[in-house]
Design a protein. Structure first.
Length: 266
């Protein structure tokens, strides 16, 4: 099996470049923000970060394809880098430090493309998480200064901490009643938002999380960090990986119950 460690080192280099660019414009008074056709915001920092990452990849991995939120897909082949230059743009443009650059490498295999490397870098929080297939998941400031991640062992839903991003979308999908029932059963709920709940599941500080509507670039990097930390990452339909347009992540012990609540009246 390939060890993917060269790709992981490259992903850290890409994240370093993106962090420098995004932090340079974070809280800038003259930050330019536009509205995309789907009515979500995009800042100049989103575009600049993705352009930087694509430029690095063109030089370092010219044969690999790239899929990014801002500029779509380029290239073909069995290896594809998946980029979200700023996950949490709404936070970014308002000066909230909960945002991150998500970088994943996906490789063609049985069942389609699957993530084999992931880096989640949140420079305004001073945090970074990463994983490579078969090598575990870690958090720290660099490859040489890291702590291995392990999901929690909480096995009762009544003892679980449940994290989510917002209520938006659950009602539209007809899942709000199940979602609310889940919030009443668990020990604690918090809406940390975006990438962060998945990283907390990987760290073991949160036990379950879910979102009703996501894109591949929102999930590819977080999925491998969760699974390499010993957790489970699926769509709400139970399909493993980041391919369902939504996500449920857990320590594994609570996953069936999590899906049961979110699908109970769907």
């Amino acid at each position: 099996m390939p060890d993917y460690l060269d790709d992981l080192r490259l992903a850290h280099v890409l994240a370093d470049a993106a962090d420098a660019a995004t932090m340079d414009r974070f809280k800038a008074l003259d930050l330019k923000v536009e509205t995309k056709p789907d009515m979500t915001p995009v800042s100049e920092a989103d575009k600049n970060a993705e352009e930087l990452i694509r430029g690095h990849l063109q030089r370092a991995r010219p044969r690999d394809a790239v899929l990014g939120e801002e500029y779509g897909v380029e290239g073909t082949g069995p290896r594809r880098w998946v980029i979200d230059p700023i996950d949490g743009t709404k936070n970014y443009v308002r000066g909230v430090p909960v945002w991150a650059t998500l970088i994943a490498l996906m490789e063609a295999g049985e069942g389609g493309f699957q993530p084999v490397v992931g880096v989640v870098s949140a420079p305004a929080l001073g945090r970074r998480w990463w994983a490579a297939k078969g090598h575990g998941a870690y958090a720290g400031r660099s490859l040489s200064s890291a702590t291995r991640l392990q999901v929690s062992r909480v096995s009762r839903i009544s003892d679980a901490s449940f994290a989510y991003s917002s209520l938006t979308g659950w009602e539209e999908q007809g899942r709000l009643d199940g979602f609310l029932d889940l919030t009443r059963e668990v020990w604690r709920t918090r809406a940390y938002g975006d990438f962060w709940p998945y990283m907390m599941v990987a760290e073991g500080s949160v036990d379950i999380c879910a979102e009703p509507e996501l894109s591949l670039w929102d999930m590819a990097a977080t999925a491998i960090v969760v699974t390499e930390a010993g957790g489970t990452f699926t769509g709400l339909d139970g399909r493993p990986g980041p391919h369902s347009g939504n996500a449920a992540a857990s320590n594994g012990l609570l996953h069936d119950e999590l899906l049961g609540y979110l699908n109970q009246r769907y």
